[in-house]
Ligand binder design. Structure first.
Ligand SMILES: [Zn+2]
Length: 523
């Protein structure tokens, strides 16, 4: 059912023939300055807004105006507010588009025509505007499945990009990014039963059936225990509930032509985080169904790949789907578990399960990387509350190791994020991060976590990257080694969105800009 609805969503987005295209029943326009709309193609819109400004100079929010020469004579206009101050960024366009499309829907519009305009300061403002508008049309997976009459907020969406001769390639990109975000939102945002690990495996298998994406689901408990012991430890308390059993989902895309880069993406997919034996108390558990947005990102990114088919790149993904439950067999602090890399890991806090879910899978990627062209490894996770304390809810953090830093990966993500409206902050791995996880006695080689929440820990979002490097053996692949391996940890606890609103999709668009959109696409 889900694939059907995703397809229906996909086909409903198309380039419009022009402003007068009567397939639509309203036009949505976003601009920082109505004066920009002067000129031939948008002159009707400019006149309608100018007349309105005679009676309302506030320009503070979205308005619905009568406008001749546009479908159904209905114009929805939303000013972005100021965008030229030092601290303004392209997100103002995205936010205005969300407000405008919501207003269009409440006005009764079912077939909106979204107009994307470029701005001299923001090279991608048109794209960001349209993506914002499409974002506002997302309907949660559970509503699509349970309430078919509410499945689609719009019947059809048109895209108009004045100044672009052939809009089709751009529409293809917009569609691929939006459907990628839809997959991310479906997996990341749905409730912990609808998106329990086996259910996510079914969803992913279904959406990539008959596509260029190879899917391999590992469900055998013996294999998980043998090959991914850190993940298997988190899974222990769920073993009595078959529908909560862990799944490790591998995805692979190989583009046409000779491969020049290999991305390796490991996503945290904790479908529910009770904290485990270190139980989340005092109301801190609500919202913990969102601890799977890293894995949701991986699935969404592959959805985008499957639609764009960029040439010359290979991408290997892993979705680490596991539930952190509490029960008589749950793993506890003080246990020592030997990781895939042979590192004896002393458990310090069972609520630090994300690094456990990913650590051995990261090690597996490290092993695979030896045979790949120009490998770049990432962990993507809603890992810490600390990243929100440090950077607020709007920003992803990138924490690179030495080789990733040398390769310029943080700057690449920062630049792409800034352009595409999914900004990154760059963090630095320091000796204190390794020191926190160093063994404190001869029993173990490293400590998984301290006993405090990340928000109460100095460098709380940087230190987990050090642990992941230590437990996976990537720490031995620094700049001083004979085989340096670029590894970057992305903490998206803030940027993935706030419960119970749908996840944002970040940093899917930024990562696509960094790695996919400059490449030739397969026809
Ligand atoms: Zn946790």
């Amino acid at each position: 059912m889900c694939i059907l609805l995703i397809c229906r969503y996909t086909v409903s987005v198309a380039a419009a023939a022009g402003l007068q295209d009567d397939s639509f029943d309203g036009v949505v326009v976003i601009s920082d300055n109505a004066e920009r709309l002067q000129g031939d193609s948008l002159s009707n819109i400019y006149s309608a807004i100018s007349s309105h400004k005679k009676i309302d100079k506030s320009e503070s929010d979205v308005v619905v105006l009568m406008c001749s020469g546009v479908p159904s004579s209905r114009l929805i206009y939303c000013p972005t507010g100021p965008v030229t101050r030092d601290y303004d960024d392209v997100r103002s366009f995205q936010e205005a588009a969300v407000r405008a499309v919501k207003r269009a829907l409440s006005a009764g519009c079912r077939r909106p025509l979204l107009v994307g305009l470029n701005h001299e300061r923001f090279s991608l403002s048109a794209r960001v505007t349209i993506l914002g508008g499409l974002d506002a049309l997302y309907t949660p997976l559970e509503i699509r499945e349970s309430c078919p009459d509410r499945a689609c907020k719009a019947d059809q969406v048109g895209i108009l990009l004045p100044g672009l001769k052939d809009a089709d390639p751009e529409v293809k990109i917009l569609r691929a990014l939006t459907v990628g975000r839809t997959v991310y939102k479906d997996i990341g945002g749905s409730d912990p039963e609808r998106t329990a690990p086996p259910a996510v495996a079914d969803y992913v298998t279904e959406i990539f059936k008959s596509t260029c994406i190879k899917v391999n689901v590992i469900s055998d408990e013996a294999v998980l225990e043998q090959e991914y012991p850190l993940l298997a430890a988190v899974n222990r308390a769920s073993k009595v509930v078959p529908r909560h059993h862990a799944r490790l989902i591998f995805l692979e895309y190989v583009g046409e032509g000779s491969i020049d880069s290999t991305l390796m993406l490991v996503g945290k997919g904790v479908t529910y985080d009770t904290g485990g034996a270190d139980l989340k108390v005092g109301g801190c558990m609500a919202g913990m169904s969102r601890d799977k947005c890293g894995a949701a990102f991986v699935a969404g990114f592959f959805q985008t790949l499957s639609m764009l088919k960029p040439k010359g790149i290979k991408v290997i993904g892993a979705m680490c789907m596991v539930r952190n439950s509490i029960g008589s067999d749950c793993y506890v602090s003080d246990e020592i578990i030997t990781s895939r890399a042979g590192v004896r890991v002393r458990i310090g806090n069972t609520d630090a399960e994300g690094r456990m879910a990913m650590g051995d899978v990261l090690c597996h990627m490290k092993e695979k990387a030896a045979n790949e062209v120009n490998p770049q490894i990432f962990t993507i996770a809603t890992l810490t509350g600390h990243v929100i304390r440090a950077y607020s809810e709007a920003y992803s953090a990138v924490v690179p190791n030495g080789p990733a830093k040398e390769k310029g990966i943080p700057e690449l993500l920062s630049k792409s994020g800034e352009k595409s409206g999914e900004p990154f902050e760059i963090s630095t791995l320091r000796r204190e991060d390794y020191a926190l996880h160093a063994a404190k006695s001869e029993y173990a080689d490293c400590i998984q976590a301290n006993t405090k929440p990340s928000t109460m820990t100095n460098r709380g979002h940087q230190t987990p990257a050090a642990f992941l490097a230590m437990a996976s053996g990537i720490a031995q692949h620094g700049c001083d080694s004979s085989a340096p391996l670029p590894y970057s940890h992305l903490d998206i606890a803030g940027s993935s969105g706030s419960f119970p609103q749908p996840p944002t999709g970040a940093p899917l668009v930024a990562m696509a800009h960094a790695y996919l959109l400059d490449r030739p696409l397969q026809a």
